[in-house]
Design a binder for this molecule. Structure first.
Ligand SMILES: NC(=O)c1ccc[n+]([C@@H]2O[C@H](COP(=O)([O-])OP(=O)(O)OC[C@H]3O[C@@H](n4cnc5c(N)ncnc54)[C@H](O)[C@@H]3O)[C@@H](O)[C@H]2O)c1
Length: 252
């Protein structure tokens, strides 16, 4: 493993990505954060000394290629950027479908394609995809999110197979959390409260956490801990693993 790893975290200006960037910087890694939100990246630079930021809209392939070229060699790639849109299929806007797939599937593919050759050359690398429990089970009205997350779990497995055949210490992992306390979920609480005519506290227990056996949101730092774990040297044997942090959702 390189002494000071170079890490790229996408969507690292907020939520889980931000916690991952902080956690890996604490481990001594050199962290690059890419995000579409330039103002949030500016704030991050003030609070995480040494962190390099790149403004990129990962829905645009040209931005993804520019990002890959600008960052160069990467030892740990964390594909985290994501967004949620909720509609019944018959009213799901095609444009939103395309944007979501571009950010949550095509961008991770293009970035993985760009960084893998360098990982093979250096004999060490980690591709960590922040999937979701929705990479393993479905919920209504989340057609694109569920499709994209199932697909990223599949992509993770292919990377693990191809990388494993080339180099034992180049690995791929899918992290599958259920609901995490981030702006992405906080927005859903307000939306669902309006849609169901419920108080926001009731949305949490009766809607979002209905399938969890443990009725609490996961903290972003707890997901970051799992990412740090699969990035440790001894984690090579977990390649291709799908790590569920689902508060008991799939135990039913
Ligand atoms: N919060 C949850 O409950 C939860 C659960 C499981 C998986 N996830 C996944 O974790 C990841 C992070 O989600 P979060 O909850 O931290 O959300 P968040 O909204 O807090 O952060 C997402 C980040 O992605 C960035 N982003 C969105 N579109 C982008 C684009 N086109 N180009 C570049 N950056 C873009 C946003 O600006 C933001 O900084 C997502 O992939 C999400 O699907 C979240």
């Amino acid at each position: 493993m390189p002494e000071r790893r170079r890490v790229l975290v996408t969507g690292g200006a907020s939520g889980i990505g931000l916690a991952v960037a902080r956690r890996l910087a604490d481990d001594g890694d050199r962290v690059v954060v890419a995000d579409v939100d330039g103002a949030a990246l500016h704030r991050l630079e003030q609070t995480l000394p040494g962190c390099v930021t790149v403004v990129a809209d990962l829905a645009r392939a040209e931005d993804v290629h520019r990002l890959a070229a600008e960052v160069g060699a990467v030892d740990v790639l964390v594909n985290n950027a994501g967004l949620q849109r909720v509609h019944p299929i018959e009213r799901f806007p095609e444009e939103e479908w395309n944007t979501m797939l571009a950010v949550m599937l095509t961008a991770p593919f293009l970035l993985t394609k760009a960084v893998l050759p360098g990982m093979y050359d250096r004999g060490w690398g980690r591709v960590v995809n922040i999937a979701s429990v929705h990479g393993l089970v479905a919920s209504p009205y989340k057609a694109c999110y569920v499709a994209a997350k199932h697909a990223i779990v599949g992509l993770t497995k292919v990377v693990a197979l191809e990388a494993g055949a080339r180099c034992a210490d180049v690995t791929a992992h899918a992290i599958c959390p259920s609901y995490v306390r981030t702006p992405l979920v906080e927005a859903q609480i307000a939306d669902q409260a309006r849609a169901h005519g419920l108080a926001e506290d009731d949305v949490l227990t009766d809607v979002l956490l209905a399938s969890n056996s443990v009725k609490r949101l996961i903290e972003p730092e707890e997901v970051a801990e799992a990412v740090a774990f699969v990035c440790r040297p001894g984690a090579w044997s977990m390649s291709g693993s799908v790590l569920t942090l689902d508060a008991g959702w799939l135990a039913h």
